[in-house]
Design a protein around this ligand. Structure first.
Ligand code: GLN
Length: 484
């Protein structure tokens, strides 16, 4: 049962081959049995899930239920869930029970989908390995000595370990695509503004975007259909009609031009990863696509610009966690200053503090122009590289991450080594473009991801291109051999 895709579960629910209560119970039992090994879930919402499943069964019985009605899935613990603890991977929010639902959460509730629980993540979505979570690291189902990637590592590992057929996630600099790559699953980060950020705990507001993790492009399309759309509660949400993302999955590859940036194959790329990615691109060529070598000349500036902009925005966003309104409060504060200092000192982990310090510095008088202002100019150049490239090509392809999953602790002492994990994904966020990762093979028995980057609002095209690849190959169906 755990190997069924969302599309299959949906069809079987509609055909009454099993009920939502049955499949939900099955996944809850599987989580109980498997999750002690992987630590994917911060919270399992058993009672709520069974109640939602029961309600979904009633809707299914009445007929005309939507596609995800009754289908179990998980939410990253960054989305506010009414009455259900929402931690963002931090001690700061260990006791936070939101009084409202994020729009994304509300959309899944309206669909009748069943939330199994909330998934583990790097603290406040800062990280590429899931090692910064207050709730402990998540293990990669392909190799439990290795990281699952981050920050959406709990969602990625839960899907890879078949503890949920799909999960929501967020991507500020690569947090959907990089863990999807490292765990051998499919992930899509939509265009900035495609999915509402309302009720999604903010890290870097001009970069954060919610998206999907699943085992196939078809499943990702089904989930994106539920999430995408305008929301007047988020002023950066874009009022564009939402296509049915499953509608164009049958389009042929003939006439599609794929741009391959030379900068994505230079120093730092693991040779095995490079070979798998090149093979995947050849596969597209065989299937009728045209391949064109392109240049994104400002690529090397993406990581430095991001590590000014993201910390700057995070330092502003995280100032709300002051021990007064919500979140962790220290014991017996002497005075207001002591309350602030100790509540924040105790509540935040090391990486979050590092970012707040860097961000505050970059925004301070005298440094603002040199760092923040400059980075915004660089961001503009990076975006222009893509605008120019998309005049000639339909999609850009390359690696998602520089190497397969790495061992726990191996980048622990060197934040910059960790920051380079997102060298191929970050530019997409700076430009606001949609990006996707699909499994394209193994290196040392660990998965490799092929990254697809599209023009603004080209989600349908990306999903179709990924689907065509998945029709022709079976990399996305590979499962970790240790899986029970
Ligand atoms: N790894 C990047 C960071 O640490 C991206 C994180 C994300 O996309 N949320 O900031």
């Amino acid at each position: 049962m755990h190997n069924l895709t969302i599309a299959e579960i949906s069809r079987k629910l509609q055909a009454k081959e099993f009920s939502s209560e049955e499949i939900t119970r099955y996944f809850l039992d599987r989580i109980k049995q498997q999750d002690p090994t992987y630590n994917c879930y911060v919270t399992v919402t058993e009672e709520l899930a069974m109640a939602q499943a029961k309600a979904a069964d009633a809707r299914l019985a009445a007929g005309n239920a939507p596609t995800m009605c009754g289908v179990p899935f998980a939410h990253k613990d960054i989305f506010c869930t009414n009455g259900v603890k929402t931690t963002c991977g931090s001690k700061m929010l260990d006791n936070f029970v939101p009084p409202y639902n994020a729009t994304v959460v509300e959309n899944y509730i309206n669909e009748g989908a069943v939330m199994l629980g909330k998934t583990n993540m790097d603290e406040f979505a800062m990280g590429s390995s899931n090692e910064t979570s207050y709730f402990g690291p998540v293990k990669n189902p392909w190799d439990t000595n290795c990281v699952p990637g981050g920050s959406s590592g709990g969602s990625a590992a839960a899907v890879a370990a078949r503890m949920a057929p799909g999960a929501t996630a967020t991507d500020t600099g690569g947090s959907i695509r990089q863990p999807a790559a490292l765990c051998g699953i499919t992930g899509i980060k939509p265009t900035y503004g495609r999915v509402s950020r309302w009720g999604m705990i903010a890290f870097a507001s001009s970069l954060d975007q919610a998206g999907v993790m699943a085992r196939s492009a078809e499943d990702a399309a089904i989930m994106l259909n539920v999430m995408a759309g305008y929301d007047n509660k988020d002023s950066t949400c874009i009022d564009e009609p939402v296509p049915d993302y499953t509608a164009n999955l049958g389009d042929s590859l003939a006439g599609v031009t794929i741009g391959v940036p030379k900068e994505y194959f230079e120093v730092g790329l693991n040779p095995g990863t490079e070979a798998r990615v090149q093979d995947a691109i050849k596969q597209y060529e065989t299937a009728g696509a045209k391949i064109k070598s392109i240049s994104l000349p400002h690529s090397h500036l993406a990581v430095p610009a991001y590590y000014v902009i993201a910390p700057a925005e995070c330092s502003a966003n995280l100032s709300r966690f002051d021990g007064v309104r919500y979140g962790h409060r220290c014991d017996d504060p002497k005075d207001l200053m002591d309350l602030y200092k100790r509540s924040r000192g105790e509540g935040f982990g090391e990486e979050v503090k590092r970012r707040i310090l860097v961000g505050t510095y970059c925004l301070s008088a005298g440094y603002y122009d040199a760092y923040y202002g400059k980075s915004q100019q660089v961001r503009r150049l990076i975006k222009q590289d893509f605008v120019d490239a998309f005049k000639e090509v339909d999609v850009i392809m390359g690696p998602t991450a520089p190497s397969p999953a790495f061992a726990f602790g191996s980048k622990g002492d060197d934040p910059v080594a960790m920051y380079l994990e997102d060298i191929y994904t970050i530019a997409t966020n700076l430009a606001g473009l949609p990006g996707m990762s699909v499994p394209c093979g193994l290196v040392d028995n660990k998965p490799v991801g092929l990254q697809l980057i599209g023009n603004f609002f080209a989600e349908s095209k990306l999903l179709n291109l990924a689907h065509q690849f998945q029709l022709a190959t079976d990399f996305h169906t590979l499962a970790p051999s240790s899986l029970a």
